[in-house]
Design a protein around this ligand. Structure first.
Ligand code: PLP
Length: 414
């Protein structure tokens, strides 16, 4: 597997400014047919001297539109320069992070994890309709009870059913008996096609689904299925923890993945990433998008090119090894918190390759949850509260929480 190498600040600036220079220039060229322009110059500085050293802000002001998908066919030639940066970003994510073969993947920067998951489910629904003559009523989404609610949105918007596999309360693993029963019930009800979404770190627990549990049950019931990985939370974390993962493109059953750069990558909001094996995204082409050069294979339509540039800049600043170091620091801090909770006899869930620790509600109270901004699984009847060890969550910031937990649970803080 290739590992992308970092660039210096100077190299990053040069690359972004030369990509912007390849786009059309709304200031100097006579572009008359586009319903878009640079940002309003009465409101946003266009010529502040600091912009010469600020490629992201300059990209925002230049306002390139990245409508469509730039890894296949044609794209809007007006913004060709920065489309190439997005293409490079998709290559880094699919090849260097998720172990695909070179040039084997399509993808784009979506508005977020929700859109990328909906794009995947839309793509597979249409795949089953186009290639098997399936009807909506014959298709079911399968995911776990810990899956993100974007799967429910997809079910609602796309008019297909959804079933959720139970997970075990304490270790959050998929219950194979529940899965097998659910599949048998769906088959008996006339369902023929399954869109399965496995989690690479869930929202609440950071738990990672054993994809073989899904594959064993689907195969033993002779199901026709497509498998998507929701790595919105874990996609920029789990692959860097050194674990042998079956949730990437080295697994031939995995056909698409969602990543989300506005979580662990600390990129601006609007930076979900959708990746799919070549030959699939054609099922979401909207031919009616005839005024868009290259048509439109995405759910979103117009979107800011500055978002793709921001994610590319961040990844290029670190390089593979720098990114591994960043993740290692977060894991180390998470280990520290886990050790303190162990010493205090406080029960929690944690996947050992994750930076989320989810504490059972009986070990804390609402006052502590509020004081430290801990998020419950359910705002009406919390059973768990999560702590996420992000960049700003240092051990110094964790110490007061541990002290308060120790005091509440009448144990001494060592
Ligand atoms: C696992 C998972 N999937 C999907 C999403 C949805 O992402 P977004 O809020 O970017 O739409 C989230 C958000 O927390 C998530 O944790």
């Amino acid at each position: 597997m290739e590992k992308w190498t970092k660039l210096t600040k100077k190299e990053i600036n040069k690359r972004v400014f030369s990509a912007l220079a390849e786009n059309i220039n709304f200031y100097e060229e006579n572009i008359l047919g586009i319903p878009g322009s640079h940002l309003d110059d009465k409101v946003f500085y266009q010529d502040a001297p600091f912009l010469q050293d600020a490629p992201f802000l300059t990209s925002l002001i230049n306002n390139p539109n990245h409508i469509g998908c730039h890894t296949l066919g044609k794209s809007e030639s007006f913004f060709h320069g920065t489309h190439q940066i997005e293409k490079e970003l998709i290559e880094i994510c699919s090849e260097h992070i998720l172990k695909s073969e070179k040039g084997e993947f399509d993808g784009y920067v979506a508005s977020g994890g929700t859109e990328a998951n909906m794009q995947a489910i839309w793509m597979y629904r249409n795949y089953f309709i186009n290639t098997k003559g399936a009807k909506n009523e014959e298709i079911t989404i399968i995911c776990s009870s810990d899956s993100h609610y974007s799967m429910d949105k997809a079910s609602n918007v796309l008019s297909i059913g959804i079933r959720k596999v139970d997970v075990h309360e304490n270790d959050r693993s998929l219950n194979p008996v529940s899965l097998d029963e659910l599949i048998k019930q769906e088959l008996a009800a006339g369902k023929k096609y399954f869109i399965v979404v496995a989690n690479m770190m869930t929202t609440m627990f950071g738990s990672v689904d054993n994809v073989d549990t899904y594959l064993t049950a689907l195969k033993s019931n002779n199901c026709k299925f497509k498998l998507h990985i929701d790595g919105a939370y874990g996609g920029f974390f789990y692959p860097f923890t050194g674990v042998e993962s079956k949730l990437d493109f080295s697994n031939p059953h995995v056909d698409s993945v969602t990543l989300d750069a506005h979580k662990m990558v600390q990129a601006p909001y609007g930076t979900g990433i959708f990746l799919a094996r070549k030959g699939l995204i054609q099922h979401t082409n909207t031919k009616e998008a005839s005024y868009v050069e290259g048509e439109d294979f995405t759910l979103i339509g117009s979107r800011s090119g500055a978002n793709a540039i921001a994610v590319w800049m961040i990844l290029m600043t670190y390089g593979w090894y720098g990114w591994c170091e960043k993740i290692a620091v977060l894991l180390k801090r998470t280990n520290w918190l886990a050790e303190q909770l162990d010493k205090a006899g406080i029960s929690y869930f944690r996947n050992e390759s994750s930076n989320i620790i989810t504490i059972k509600s009986e070990y804390l109270n609402e006052e502590i949850a509020k004081k430290y901004g801990l998020v419950p699984d359910n705002h009406h009847a919390a059973k768990w509260y999560k702590v996420i060890i992000m960049d700003h969550v240092t051990v110094e910031r964790l110490i007061p929480l541990v002290k308060d937990l120790c005091e509440l649970n009448e144990v001494s803080f060592a």
